[in-house]
Write a protein that binds this ligand. Structure first.
Ligand code: NI
Length: 137
């Protein structure tokens, strides 16, 4: 069984591969090479069996507190490149953000399993990360 917590945050980013020239970055990333912001919607899904004593997979307040502490407070109203050390080298695409969020949350979950990180940049675009292997690991 799965439960999902949804939260929102705002952050700014620009896409830039530091190994490339300005011209190459602009050719590949277009306008996304300019600093711009998104109102992100983050859904965190955990999976497990409801506890016989509480009837819950995980206390929803505890899940919200965890998501706020480990993800939202470190991303909200930030320039991801300037303010989050991991994104100085890693381009803060939603793909990479979803992996980053997974890595913050996963070690903190004990009684249930992180099943999915869904990160929406807007109403028409989102990524799902299920913990699969990534090339930078
Ligand atoms: Ni963007």
């Amino acid at each position: 069984m799965r439960i999902t917590r949804r939260v929102e945050f705002c952050a700014a980013h620009a896409y830039r591969n530091s190994a490339w020239s300005d011209e190459e970055n602009r050719r590949v990333f277009g306008k996304a090479a300019n600093l711009h912001g998104h109102n992100y919607v983050l859904e965190v899904t955990v999976e497990g069996a409801p506890s016989p004593s509480t009837g819950m997979i995980m206390d929803l307040k505890a899940l919200k507190d965890l998501v706020m502490e480990e993800a939202v407070e470190r991303l909200d109203h930030r320039n991801l490149i300037a303010d989050v050390p991991e994104f100085r080298q890693t381009i803060p695409t939603p793909e990479n953000l979803a992996v980053w969020i997974w890595r913050q949350l996963q070690p903190r979950l004990t009684d249930c399993r992180l099943q999915r990180i869904r990160l929406c940049e807007d109403l028409s675009y989102w990524v799902d990360y299920l913990g699969e292997e990534t090339t930078d690991a």
